[in-house]
Ligand binder design. Sequence first.
Ligand SMILES: *Cc1c(COP(=O)(O)O)cnc(C)c1O
Length: 414
Amino acid sequence: MITAEKTKVPERTMTADSIEGSSEQAFTEALPAYPPVYEETAEKLKQLYLSGKWSFNGQYEQEFSRNFAQHHDAAYGIFMVNGTVTLEAALHALGIKAGDEVIVPALTWLATAMAVIYNGAVPVFVDIEPDTLCLDPKKVKEAITPETKAIIPVHLYGSMADMEKLLEIAKEYNLYVVEDCAHAHGGVWSGRGVGSLGHIGSFSFQQSKTLAGGEGGICLTNDPELREKLFRIKHIGYDLDTKQGQAQSGPEEGLICHNYRGMEFTALILNDAVKALKEQTEKRDISASLLRNLLKDIPGVKIQARGRLADLQGYYRLVLLFEPEILKSGITLNQIQEELAAEGLATSLTYGPVYKHMLWNIPLTKYRIHSNINTEDICTSRAVCISHELLLGNRALIIKIAEVIQKTLKNYYK
Ligand SMILES: *Cc1c(COP(=O)(O)O)cnc(C)c1O
């Protein structure tokens, strides 16, 4: 079995060179390289290359789709080329069309909202909870109109959207739920794997995610009809059982199908990597809990709250939330970042509200913004993120992170 421990990885130190103006000072603890690489996988990739069977629902695509779905308690997995088209395809499979409204969190990566735009529907940006940074169920309820057809909760950074409450609301108002799990691989909510809780779950395997294949994405579902639709959507209309070039049946009228097929090479990499996912998810969760504990008595800072019913939690980022009441006024996130970087701890900012992102160029007439006080406040002045890679470090590294945070914040108390 492949585990993170067995891998031979180059020594690497956590440096802050990615942050402008930082010193060269670095933590000395060695970190395993990310993404992890395995000799065994490299050998199989070579064999796959030599076989010439590189696409079209091949052996590795089928195996990985099955394994990944099983890992998250879902019946079916439909593998695609990235985690943006999986969201787009999910909404199309559910029949979302022009004029429909889809509720998305104001704080997420652009793809969540773009998937709505691609379907000609209207993204409605709704505020997050101040502690979990995930979609606020109360605000969701307020934002529902007769046009609302679906909700896309995002299990963001190091927490989980309140699926219990959101599913309840969805049931009451007859809405579809697409879970965006691009940050939450391996997470378990109230005894069930993420991605299996709503109608469709969507994951990304882009290079930086906690299960990485370079690119790649998957939809999970328990509904055989949705599985069939999703498969046709990503495979230009072919059904599950026919070979390329030998279609026996066509997609239903109006189901717009694309070529969103992923490659066998990616599926192979992921099929090996997923074997270590449980162990890595547990390790990240344990590290985050340790850090949460160590920071408990340090005033002025908290870690993003765990999902309310999370049994096992994914961490794409560990988010530090600063409390403005305790810190001196006028302290900027950039100042805190620079000082953490000077101690060797590299951090990043949140995505910011989607509709203020540099890459968001959608005219105002095509989306709606609900009141987003928490999102605006947290993104501009309260949150910095630590990469998930550090959470695979040893206990000493986690303790060192806590010390650096404590030392840095001391300068900022009133
Ligand atoms: C990364 C990401 C996606 C999209 O994934 P890609 O594979 O990069 O297209 C979707 N939603 C969220 C929240 C993400 O972080």
